[in-house]
Design a protein around this ligand. Sequence first.
Ligand code: CO
Length: 212
Amino acid sequence: MRSTYDKIFEGNKKWVSDTLERDPTFFENLSRGQKPPILWIGCSDSRVPANEITGTLPGEIFVHRNIANMVIHTDMSMLSVLDYSVNILEVTDIIVCGHYGCGGVLAAMDNKPLGIVENWLRHIKDVYRLHQRELDEIKNEELRANRLVELNVIEQVYDLTKSSIVQNAWLNKKKLAVHGLVYDVKNGILNDLHATVNDSSELPKYYLVDKK
Ligand code: CO
């Protein structure tokens, strides 16, 4: 039996010819550079590919993915992507997209030893602790996990707004909105959590950066 790896070059050839059939100048146009208006911070989960589920094309979304779509203030990879997309690409919207059934969130609710990844999942456990009263009241385990997925997205939206990169963009009057979305792997639907933040007015004062 052929492995998935054996099929990727064939799949690529077909994609190139289909794409050129639709738009003969597609690759020529994209080769000039990118100006995506959206930064997407999503989960590494193979079932949640940013372009496919949003019906967008290459060139439209700048993407960063990690386990459970986390925004960790010491993560140089995330910070570099954030800084580049806000200050060089000048995206106008940042999306944090979580998904129900997230293995990272489920593992964070459990106590199994998992090695290195435990350090990453501890940030999700911190989100649980922040919202423990609400979460502990949800007796159904799947519903409790779903709610933690949502709360985790909202906390990551909040973490983005705390960052000096986003705050400086707002101080410099850049139009920049940070959104929280959740994707349902059971039906393919993307839902808005209505957690959008457009400025720093909702942040406690001790998080704010003063203008130089
Ligand atoms: Co996930």
